[in-house]
Design a protein around this ligand. Sequence first.
Ligand code: UT7
Length: 332
Amino acid sequence: MPKSKIKGVGFYVPDKVIKNSDLEEIMDTSDEWIQERTGIKERRWVEGDLTTSLMGTYASKIAIKNAKISKNDIDFIIFATLSPDYFFPGSGVLLQKNLQIKEVGALDIRNQCSGFIYGLSVADQYIKSGMYENILVVGSEIHSGGLDKSSRGRSVSVIFGDGAGAAIVSKSNDESEILSTHLHSEGKFAEELAVIKPATTFWIDKIIDDGDEDGEGFFPKMNGNFVFKNAVKRFEEVIFESLNHNNYTSKDIDMLITHQANLRISQYIQKKLNIDDNNIFNNIMSYGNTTAASIPIALYEALKKNKIKRGDLVCLAAFGSGFTWASALIRW
Ligand code: UT7
């Protein structure tokens, strides 16, 4: 059976830096609160005409270059986002248009913070089945335009940032391989972290009839403590699931990259798994929570800083809205 590997990674974040002190100006919050509760110091927010698919395109160009392939070698596109350019069509075909990729399939994934690992899993299965050889997997998000930036929305809006990451998943002819992926969801908690409008439950005509004047349902709503408790539990479970599946222990992990939801969550997992500081990478301090983009952005930076070398055991794990959660274990 063919094996798959991550051949190249890329990322893109907008230039505009929003520091915690900038948020202090527009809502009732403080740098101290944000850093203490989340670890975040700053995040990027888009300006001008930048779109989700365009940021994904910029990240993809870097991933394609790093994988040393041509865009013409790409057999399939997978685009993960909770903040697509349009209601439809999905951002995958827009990225295809931007990159001028030939008429390959383009699949959109809606699994929020777990979206990148879900995409990686789909790519892995297609390559293992022999169907494709080079798949572009993208996670890209623009949160900034959809946040409640008043004090009412402060517990959510201080967390999220904009950005994109991309990976080329290719057929492997060497020792590098995606060893396994594990995917989960628990729909009974769908509304614990959600944006519910506009969509078919609250379709435009109903919104107009209801007169949702303060726009509350349009903004992300999160039951923060509940999400936190579930996150730490599911992260730990799904990481152990991947280790057990491959007969490894947490001591074997050379690099752990968790979805950057909250630095306290990552530190809790690190402690639970007894992982050394050198074997975990966090960058939520600089970018906030970029949902589907956070893992490929962190992966790119960890590689750039030479924190991952060939042969390392790399573990990726995510948890988010849905609830959904997932892991991938990779021999780099
Ligand atoms: O990416 C998908 C997965 N997401 C997650 O896993 C996120 C999980 N949840 C969290 O990370 C945390 O729950 C938050 C960072 C969202 C919130 O932190 P918390 O420690 O759970 O705070 P809290 O919501 O319990 O609020 C504590 C206090 C409240 O004040 P009172 O009632 O104690 O007076 C809030 O009103 O902090 C207040 N507060 C703020 N104060 C200043 C909430 N947000 C802010 C803020 N600035 N931005």
